[in-house]
Design a protein around this ligand. Structure first.
Ligand code: SF4
Ligand code: SF4
Ligand code: SF4
Length: 333
């Protein structure tokens, strides 16, 4: 057991708690983590309250992990508190790194979300359009609920972030990389350069075990429509795989079970916009670059095969994408 231990806090925004489970997936290595760190705040796993976090002085916590998207005033409050009370702040998981799946809310606004959640779903009967209020009376007490923000935000869009550990959820092998970083910090006070992404800086295609032959395709298949050859690149078999636009480091865990990459590790440091990079990769695999040899109608037919382009190209990163905001502008919101 290390003689000195750090104080570790794990806070959250809008989260599915998969990131918490991923930490527990360290299995026996959780013991290595608790040998290095006293967990001083982790409300998903233990009975911590916000007041437990508030009692810490400025920079008294050594390292904070934050997972989930910033969707409400409370998520922002927790992010600010953790930032203020911690020396080091790590965005943990795709939601905190890029806005994640809850960040897809940015195609609409608060009113749109309330409408689709409380009025327009086929199973909802709510003629008076009753929606949650920010203040409610429970047992003679007034309870103020957090206010839902119009936009979902990645952590760095709320507070300053030191490191990023992407993935939905982060792969256990990447979480394990935190252990020597914490140990080094305890022993020497040294940390990696600010902004380091704890993952590979190559694309997933660079690490993918499947064979690539620069083959062109003329049809796009959804995963349930085809049984792929287990040795060949999925994209070259017509299955949309985000590998060319996605950072490696996850161990190609989806590819290993013949499911296409959905892009949860975000882009590499050389790519500004993951979706734009993927659109260009698809253009070459569809042969759209040879547009002159195809009629406009053919090109349109090829591109029409891509179902849900926004959800495909920006599933995990709409809040940090160049198109964020432009979507609402285009819809007049
Ligand atoms: S990154 Fe994935 S696993 Fe983690 S909170 Fe977001 S949706 Fe859940
Ligand atoms: S596109 Fe997908 S399947 Fe093809 S090499 Fe890249 S990661 Fe592998
Ligand atoms: S293969 Fe893609 S979607 Fe699957 S874990 Fe890796 S980066 Fe995420």
């Amino acid at each position: 057991m290390a003689e000195k231990k750090i104080k570790l806090a794990i806070g959250l925004g809008s989260t599915c708690a998969g990131c918490d489970i991923a930490i527990l997936d360290l299995k026996e290595k959780v013991l290595d983590l608790v040998a290095l760190a006293d967990i001083v705040f982790w409300p998903t796993a233990m009975d911590f309250k916000l007041s437990d976090l508030e009692k810490f002085k400025e920079k008294e916590i050594d390292i904070s992990l934050y997972h989930g998207t910033g969707r409400t005033s409370e998520h922002e409050h927790i992010a600010h508190l953790l930032r203020e009370r911690s020396k080091v702040m790590i965005a943990f998981g795709a939601c905190a790194c890029f806005g994640g799946i809850p960040g897809l809310c940015n195609i609409t606004d608060r009113e749109g979300i309330f409408k689709s959640s409380y009025q327009e779903t086929p199973s909802t009967r709510n003629p008076d359009f009753v929606t949650p209020k920010t203040e409610t009376r429970v047992n003679n007490h007034t309870l103020t609920l957090p206010e839902l923000r119009n936009d979902g935000k990645a952590l760095h869009q709320i507070v300053d972030v030191d490191y990023y550990l992407p993935g939905c959820p982060p792969a256990v092998e990447l979480i394990e990389r935190l252990l020597p970083i914490i140990k080094e910090f305890i022993e020497t006070g040294n940390l990696p350069p600010k902004g380091t992404v704890i993952a590979s800086d190559k694309t997933l295609c660079d690490e993918c075990p499947l064979e690539k032959k620069d083959k062109m395709i003329s049809k796009i298949y959804r995963p349930h429509e085809i049984i792929p050859d287990p040795t060949k690149c999925l994209l070259e078999q017509g299955i949309l795989c985000m590998g060319p636009a996605t950072r490696g480091g996850c161990g190609a865990r989806c590819i290993n079970v013949l499911m296409p990459c959905r892009g949860c590790m975000g882009p590499t440091s050389e790519v500004r916009d993951q979706g734009a990079k993927m659109i260009s990769a698809i253009a070459s695999v569809l042969g759209v670059e040879k547009e002159k040899e195809r009629s406009d109608e053919d090109v349109e037919k090829l591109l029409d095969q891509i179902r849900d382009p926004l959800g495909t190209f920006y599933r995990f990163g709409l809040p940090v994408a160049l198109v964020n905001g432009r979507v609402k502008e285009a819809e007049g919101k």
